[in-house]
Design a binder for this molecule. Structure first.
Ligand code: WT7
Length: 704
């Protein structure tokens, strides 16, 4: 399908040119065993069955007491699900499987060094570890129901153990991605008001034993600057009894978990029966301001939603060996490594290290050895594995029945390699669109019932009714070829409850734009604004185009331009900074920083490096810019706003467009000359952009 509409003034109504891909159908073998194989399931979740349809998900859980109200809308948009119900997430993910499956592996942990064998942790063993650590958190760290605790843990079994121990007590965990800097961790400690930090001395990544504990000291110092005191740092050791970090332990503050646990051997902790609405965890994500948003997820609604979507969309059966290669430091890992799979009593694989270590055959060797049946990863990993080892999957005896992709749009070409080479043409591919805020999938195909279409995530999932709105709130029709803002018309159990400590921003960012009547308690008046551009084909499938806010999606991770910019201006020479996306072959997008210096300073590579370093310190290595360009001045509007779209165009070798509204149009040629000459010299000219990509760059940053 090719359409020729011109932009119609409003930004969301951009013309979209894309070739409609053909369908791929699931193999009969898959359909025969699928959890959702009866087309009637669509009727059970039809709009006229909302919200009661979600009882089917809640009934996958064990409740201490059943709820009386499925959905309470009395205080919109702070929806309450399964009101009156009580349950415990740790009980649901561990205890209730003991009788039937106590000796089955709950987790299989694969250490990065290939000479180390994978370790299976049975449900019984998980039960033991969770209980002992819960006892330690309660009696040694003095944590109570409702307290927050920050984790800065890598991909080790101690992470799910720590999560489930908190869940047992009703303590709200907040895991910060292990690759984030100590400073970023400290910000999140302060924001969440955690008194306890749980970390690890080191972990293996890319063949190195990383000194991780050093980041804990930075985190505590940053939190202190922000007025938050951490009184205990609990340090798991990668090799119990052997300390791997150079950073000294602080007397009275830092404790080795393996030593303290000696006092809790065999302890059992009764799971605390919590209201469905009790918060289970916080997960921080980036948005339009420098302050990260702590997305607060509930116990009952969240767990029901991830269990339901794991069953029907991941097609998890208890006998599967399921491997999601994401990091638990992101929402994907929380929902689809830990809570969803364990709620269903399956075996979930956890891999410590880099997917390409020691080579691009590693994931396939792991899958072969463990007999993985369901595989789950992101386009950025698929692109990298394809680039480094296109013929690798064929060398291994791997047989996936189901493969997921998540996190960013997947190019049809990359999709086809995944399907043909990794899936050997025999697996269903499920492209799942959702966000940190959502708890679980929003758009995807039901694997046995709805055909796949490369490059499209599919229709709204069961019980999710999406719509595309234009800037005025009018519906953009399916098949019109026009893009707009994708919204979800209804609440669902997995939606986050609020932004921790910022309820007004929660309402403003996600609901204000399309709210039809702020006084209404009817959910129909409160569509959820996802912040993504999308287009819906005539068959109802959605193609997600990317963020419409100031967020850059690097390798599936959201980085806020404001966070990057405020990190840059911590460098004393920097007066102003602007972050823009550039196309990147493997990561989808990468970051380039433009900075202007304060008077009296002269440009130098030293300053460029300081900016890159500051970003690494404040956010983490993943945010490290491709380039830092020092410019004499930023292109600005007459009202003084930096026009990010102009520099984004320069970085991507696009037309800069209309610059007549600039207060300093003469600067544009200087910047272009400088930046593009340098890029050409380094061989960094990009491939031709697709019309969608060109549109993204053209409209980046909004300021006009
Ligand atoms: C943003 C959310 C929730 C999982 C990991 C990312 C983009 C996510 C897809 C997909 C196209 C996607 C969107 C979204 N995104 N999945 N299948 N196709 N785009 O979570 O960090 O909260 O990022 O990632 O732009 O808004 P996140």
């Amino acid at each position: 399908m090719t359409t020729g509409q011109q932009p119609q003034g409003s930004e969301a109504q951009i013309a979209v040119h894309w070739r409609e891909e053909g369908y791929f159908y699931p193999p009969a073998k898959f359909i025969g065993q699928a959890n959702a194989a009866d087309p009637a399931i669509r009727d059970r979740f039809a709009e006229d069955k909302f919200p009661e349809c979600f009882k089917e998900y809640a009934d996958l859980l064990s409740w201490d007491s059943y709820w009386h109200t499925t959905l309470d809308t009395s205080n919109p948009p702070f929806w309450k699900w399964f009101v009156g119900g009580r349950l415990n997430a740790s009980f649901n993910c561990v205890d209730r499987h003991l009788a039937r499956a106590g000796n089955k592996a709950a987790l299989i942990w694969v250490p990065e060094p290939e000479t180390d064998d994978p370790q299976a942790i049975t449900y019984r063993e998980l039960y033991r570890r969770v209980n002992e650590f819960a006892a330690l958190l309660r009696d040694f760290a003095q944590l109570k129901t409702g307290d927050r605790v920050t984790f800065h843990l890598p991909m080790v079994p101690e992470l799910p153990v720590s999560m489930l121990a908190c869940a047992r007590l009703g303590v709200v965990h907040s895991e910060v991605f292990g690759g984030f800097s100590g400073g970023a961790c400290g910000d999140r400690i302060a924001d969440s008001g955690s008194r306890v930090l749980v970390t690890m001395d080191g972990y293996f990544r890319g063949g190195e034993l990383v000194d991780h504990k050093a980041k804990a000291d930075e985190a505590v110092a940053t939190a202190r600057e922000l007025g938050a005191e951490v009184d205990k740092v609990l340090v798991w050791r990668r090799h119990p009894g052997r300390y791997a970090s150079k950073s000294p332990m602080v007397e009275g503050r830092d404790f080795f978990v393996d030593e303290v646990l000696a006092d809790f051997r065999g302890s059992l902790v009764e799971p605390v029966s919590l209201p469905a609405e009790a918060p289970l965890f916080l997960m921080y994500t980036s948005g339009t301001t420098a302050r990260p948003k702590g997305c607060q997820h509930s116990t009952g609604g969240y767990l029901a939603y991830v269990a339901g979507t794991s069953k029907y969309y991941q097609d998890i059966h208890p006998e599967d060996t399921y491997w999601c290669m994401a990091d638990i430091g992101w929402i994907t890992g929380h929902s689809y490594i830990v809570y969803g799979p364990l709620a269903l009593g399956t075996t979930s694989v956890l891999y410590e290290g880099a997917p390409n270590y020691p080579d691009a055959g590693r994931p396939w060797r792991i899958a072969e050895r463990l007999g993985v049946t369901i595989f789950h990863t992101a386009p950025t990993a698929i692109r990298m594995l394809r680039k480094l080892g296109p013929a690798e999957p064929a060398k291994y005896d791997i047989h996936f029945k189901h493969m997921t992709t998540v996190g960013e749009p997947i190019e049809p070409d990359v999709w086809r390699w995944y399907h043909e080479s990794v899936g050997k043409g025999d697996a269903v591919v499920v492209d799942t669109w959702w966000q940190t805020e959502n708890g679980g999938f929003l758009g995807a195909t039901l694997p046995a019932l709805e055909p796949m279409k490369p490059g499209s995530c599919g229709p709204g999932v069961l019980g999710i009714y999406p719509v595309i709105n234009d800037e005025n709130g009018d519906v953009v029709a399916a098949g019109s070829g026009k893009a707009g803002n994708i919204c979800i018309r209804n609440p669902w159990p997995g939606i986050f409850q609020t932004i921790w400590g910022q309820p007004e921003r929660f309402v403003q960012i996600y609901y204000e734009k399309y709210c039809r009547n702020p006084d209404s308690t009817d959910w129909r008046d409160w569509p959820y604004f996802a912040g993504d551009g999308a287009v819906q084909a005539a068959d109802g499938y959605f193609r997600i185009l990317g963020r419409v806010d100031d967020v850059i999606n690097v390798a599936g991770h959201r980085l806020g331009t404001k966070e990057l910019e405020s990190a840059s201006i911590t460098v004393e020479e920097i007066a102003e900074a602007a972050a823009v996306p550039v196309l990147d072959e493997l990561r989808g997008r990468a970051v380039e920083m433009y900075v202007a210096l304060k008077p009296g300073f002269t440009p130098s590579t030293d300053i460029e490096q300081k900016v890159a370093k500051a970003i690494e310190t404040h956010i983490g290595k993943i945010a490290r810019p491709m380039h830092v360009w020092i410019v004499a001045d930023m292109p600005k509007t007459r009202s003084g706003k930096i026009m990010r779209r102009v520099i984004a165009a320069i970085s991507n070798f696009q037309q800069v467009g209309d610059t007549t509204t600039l207060s300093n149009p003469e600067i544009v040629d200087d910047i272009r000359h400088h930046v593009q000459a340098e890029k050409v010299a380094r061989g960094e000219t990009p491939r031709e952009l697709t019309p969608q990509e060109a549109e993204e760059i053209k409209s980046f940053g909004h300021a006009e």
